[in-house]
Design a protein around this ligand. Sequence first.
Ligand code: NI
Length: 353
Amino acid sequence: MLEARPIQAAGTTIFIRESETDTSSDGSRTSTSRTGYTDTASGGFHSSLELLRPEALSDISAKVTARDPGRRDAGPALLLQDMVLNRDGTLEVRNPGSAVNDRFEGKVAIDPGTTDKALNDYGRQFLIALRAGTPVVLPRPAGPGLRHVNCDLLPCASLTYDDGPDAKTTPQLLEILKERNVQATFFMQGKNVATNPALAKQVADAGHAIGNHTYDHPHLTQLPLAGIKNQIDRANTAITSATGTTPSFMRPPYGDVNALVQSSVGMPLLLWSVDSLDWQSKNPGVFVPKVLKDIKPGAVILMHDIHPTTVAGQKELISSLQDRGYHLVTVPQLFQRTPLKSGQVYRSRPNRQ
Ligand code: NI
């Protein structure tokens, strides 16, 4: 029987012990255990040996075999396969084959001085986090937005929603997108993110992309350089502090662009190729047919999630687009393999030969 359970965690490191008990045909039982850790930031699973500098392995092994001479021939990988770093700086090595070797059952504690010299940078960081009681950073679930869709082969389009997030309408839209299995892009105003940081995080956590839509929606073409930069920076700060991710593209309010704006925003400018004019009609009976008339593969569709009427039309719009074979993807997915350049304006996915 194999059992795995977490035994220790701090920061991005979660330690796990796997125990396996085998009962042989004559009824005797052997158990082995091993420890390893997963790093929630990188996602990999590692043996505990990876906390130590390779040069230190023989020294630590020698301290274990000094207590357990019967296992002198076992290499570090076996001897040290169950190993835990304690908060007091000791390294606790368990005998992984205690049922096989009953002369030595238990643990060897390697003193903090020896342990300190043996730890590599990662091991030392983990010890610091353990001592400080750093809260565990849980892995971010890979959103369904990371699913692979090849937009070279399949018709793709991006739904984009501007000006939010809005405490009332954005959650309703998120529900619809989830139900229809769609990933979208939200161009958020920094001031609305600052008011609704948890909602912005909810959007990001659902796998949607977030773009910078300035702090409070001015005509950027009417601002001096410092004013433009200030609008972009404040929005980035609000979005980053709410979601943990800094936007890598922006949309100027009203699509208002000039040379100064292009050279000042410091990121690609994402406009649109299909304008729903949802804000004008405030009527799904008008904007849904308009989008369906103008849609082409590679399109970026402009809408606004702050209007209840826009949200009200989304089920019908999404169903109609999916019925026509469109894969609705985020802007980064739509432009995958087209490196977006800072200061350049984009309206739709470029055609490929
Ligand atoms: Ni806007």
